[in-house]
Design a protein around this ligand. Structure first.
Ligand code: PMT
Length: 370
């Protein structure tokens, strides 16, 4: 398939000129056509069944340095927030399109993958030699399996994957346009860690960047009109030099044009606690959507800050004795006594979001008030 082909359903026609620059100069990924067809059928089914649809984005986006990609820039996100939240959206009655980084955590299987325990440790042989689940894991695994099977049987979970930031942006735009007929029944939960910088197609090296000067092609400076422009990632002497372009912020276009009637929830990630509330407020004001969920890298597993025009600011926190083990352990009170079973913070976030969404559907979106 030609990587530059236009979207077959004519959705591109509705995109405003300012956003088209990116899509005019960065090629459509080959997966888009399949993702588009799968999303269309999924959304039509749930529109008929009058079900709300949440688009949950999850995991980090890569920034390839070469077209035939050997090296790329990545980030920390494992997709825990997205995969866990997707399960709670399904529990709350939503159909979920899970737009995730390939090989990041998935709803349901997340309980047994990427763990320090190998999934094989959950299994044993019975007397007849058949493979069975160890007794101590039966109850929990049976519950996960039941929920997974229900989602499959009712076709309420659609898994779509991306790897690069370019694949992510093309697919997000396509989904936004596909979901428009659902009106306020659509919801975006943008938990993916999207790169802010990238290598544009026209400055991407085709082949693996050679680390040895002996094999390194020279790139005459294109600015004087002679020769081609140097690739964004290139060897200069013994140094690898990378100069990246900013990724356009698509949140504004998403809110105003791609999905103006959906509820949109963005996340704001910071590492400096003193900046979090200010940056979350700033994002809400700038993009004029319904909710920003602020979180800090080191405490994101047990506390988040909700910032919305309707309800102001409030922290959602898992009590100290009910926290799940953090990925890093950093900043957590490891000595806190356990006062009950662990609570995943997404089990508090998602019902609160669903309540705000129900309220928006019942009372209208204040953004559209006359
Ligand atoms: O996967 P985990 O390990 O569980 O981690 C979860 C998480 C910390 C990644 C998640 O909770 C989170 O905060 N995700 C958003 C991270 C992020 O991209 O934050 P930001 O401050 O860079 O961007 C804010 C918003 O702008 C995001 O919702 C993003 O969708 C949007 N954005 C970002 C970049 C860009 N070029 N355009 C955008 O529109």
């Amino acid at each position: 398939m030609n990587g530059h082909a236009t979207v077959s359903n004519g959705a591109s026609d509705k995109i405003p000129a300012e956003s088209m620059d990116y899509f005019a100069t960065n090629p459509q990924p080959p997966t888009l056509r399949f993702h588009s067809a799968a999303a269309k059928a999924f959304i039509e089914q749930h529109a008929r069944e009058n079900r709300r649809v949440a688009i949950v984005t999850s995991g980090g986006t890569t920034v390839p340095l070469e077209n035939q990609t050997v090296r790329f820039i990545d980030n920390f996100s494992a997709g825990t927030r997205g995969a866990t939240s997707a399960e709670y959206f399904l529990e709350a009655g939503y159909a979920v399109i899970f737009l995730h980084r390939q090989f990041s955590l998935l709803p349901y299987s997340r309980h047994y993958s990427h763990s320090t325990n190998c999934f094989l440790d959950f299994m044993t042989h019975n007397d007849a030699g058949a493979v069975v689940v160890e007794n101590e894991y039966q109850k929990q695994m049976s519950s996960v399996l039941d929920r997974y099977r229900t989602a499959k049987k009712e076709n309420t979970l659609l898994l779509l994957s991306f790897t690069s930031v370019n694949e992510y942006l093309w697919t997000l735009r396509e989904l936004a346009i596909q979901i428009q007929p659902l009106g306020a029944n659509g919801l975006f939960y943008l938990a993916a860690a999207v790169s802010d910088f990238f290598v544009p197609a026209e400055r991407m090296a085709e082949h693996k960047i050679q680390s040895s000067e002996d094999f390194n092609p020279s790139h005459p400076d294109g600015e004087d009109g002679e020769g081609e422009e140097a690739p964004a990632a290139r060897m200069e002497g013994k140094k690898l030099v990378i100069d990246l372009d900013p990724v356009p912020k698509f949140l504004k276009t998403l809110v105003d044009t791609w999905a103006p009637h959906s509820m949109i929830i963005s996340f704001k990630l910071e590492t400096d606690p003193s900046l979090l509330a200010t940056k979350a407020r700033y994002a809400l004001e700038k993009y004029s959507h319904q909710l920003v969920i602020g979180n800090l890298l080191n405490t994101r597993k047990w506390e988040v800050l909700f910032v919305s025009a309707k309800e102001g600011e409030r922290w959602i926190r898992v009590p100290a004795g009910r926290r799940t083990k953090s990925h890093t352990g950093f900043g957590e009170d490891m000595n806190a006594a356990h006062s009950g079973p662990a609570i995943e913070i997404e089990s508090l976030i998602v019902p609160a979001v669903a309540k705000m969404h129900a309220d928006m559907i019942a009372n209208g979106d204040p953004r559209h008030a006359a």
